[in-house]
Write a protein that binds this ligand. Sequence first.
Ligand code: AMP
Length: 485
Amino acid sequence: MQSWFETTEAIGAGARGDEPRESCGIFGVFNVPDAAAVIHRGLFALQHRGQEGAGIVVSDGEHIRSIKGVGLLNEVIAAHRGVKLPGAIGIGHVRYSTTGSSKPQNVQPLVVECADGLWAVAHNGNLTNARGLRLSYQEAGAIFQTSTDSEILVHLLADPMFRTRPRRVERALAEMKGSFSYLLLTPKQVMAARDPLGFRPLSIGRLGDGYVFASETCALDQTGAEHIRDVLPGELVVVDAQGIRSSTFCEPVQGGLGQCIFELIYFARPDSTVFGQSVHEVRMKLGRRLAQEAAVPGDIVIPVPDSGMSAALGYSQASGIPLEYGYIRNHYVGRTFIMPDSVMRSGGVDMKLSVVPNVVRGKRVIVVDDSIVRGTTARRRVRGLRTAGAKEVHMRISCPPIRHPCFFGIDFPSRDELVAADRSPAEVAKFVEADSVGYLTIEGLLASISQPDTYCTGCFMGRYPCDTGSAHHKLALEASGRGKA
Ligand code: AMP
């Protein structure tokens, strides 16, 4: 029987995210009753990975149905009056636009009809050769639905060069460069793949008689799935009625991997295990090391919630300086401010974090955060502490200065935007109006994680594990004038 596809696209209350977030979250299930509800729960645990759009696609074995929309997951679901998609197979996506703007048609999973049936794809990462591949398909007459790099894969899959030959999916995946964790869905299968350098995480879990795939293990825990292992770099895992099987589409590259160190520093949730390491434990270690490397006299250590929590705890334990809650986070601010641009970021901050005046008044405050990117948020926070009467404000950052752009999915695209690109820590301190700023050294960072040579440290060192290609700007596909959907 011919498969068919149903979708309704709803615009939620608006694209939003109370904090700069980047990259995306993906979640999929095979042979899990009420797949839609489980994907909803899984994606909800991954919402921190993207707040601009969300989508769920479910197959009942023959038919594929989806809901998608701009905004937070629950808004999208509310706009559809719940998620009623029958079936036990499905994939979902929460989106932050590292490529392509926040348009409804860019929301994933993308669903397409090829000559041999329906496919849905959900992508986390940034492809560095997307532009060239896209242009060559467009010149041959292909029409693109979106301005995201993620769509390239469906064109490769539909191309007779791949479609009619063995190992079609593996060969299509092998064409792509850059970072990708992909989930693919056909009416009867779910597939999961990770790029050969392993930039972005992707885990496999077991749930009852079925399988679950998730960007982070926190989503497995949330759905009651047991983490069995991660998808390996360069591996394609396929699950269908015949069971689960694996193949390699690209042999691991000589010289190691390119796992994103910033997943451990900031991006992943602390209750996840990412690249085989507990995110919380790594951040605690970073904080402890920071206390040794960048010690400063102070009366209290305060974390920037939520990103600086684990590192601040480590810093406090190692330094013996008491941890205090100097900032209180308003969890509802996210509902007013969003969009991944610096204006919105700086606009939202004062409302998001408020200072507890009695905690900081008259004190020498050591503020611990995971990173300084543009410095505008940090400055507002420092000002907030001074207004509340802090005597001194010392920022301690649990990673080295971010001096270089990321081409693989984290949103710091240009050196001009990075406050530390051409500034010393003392100059950064001046910029953010702190009494001092102290960073972790690259040696300290690498000493705090296991198998440090398997990580990409491009944002600190300016050396990347592979060609950075054409992905120089997140709107590159649109700026070419060819990518407008
Ligand atoms: P800022 O002072 O404006 O650079 O903002 C620093 C805050 O933004 C820190 O609390 C970081 O946790 C957070 N952050 C982390 N990654 C990013 C990013 N890619 N873009 C912007 N801000 C980020």
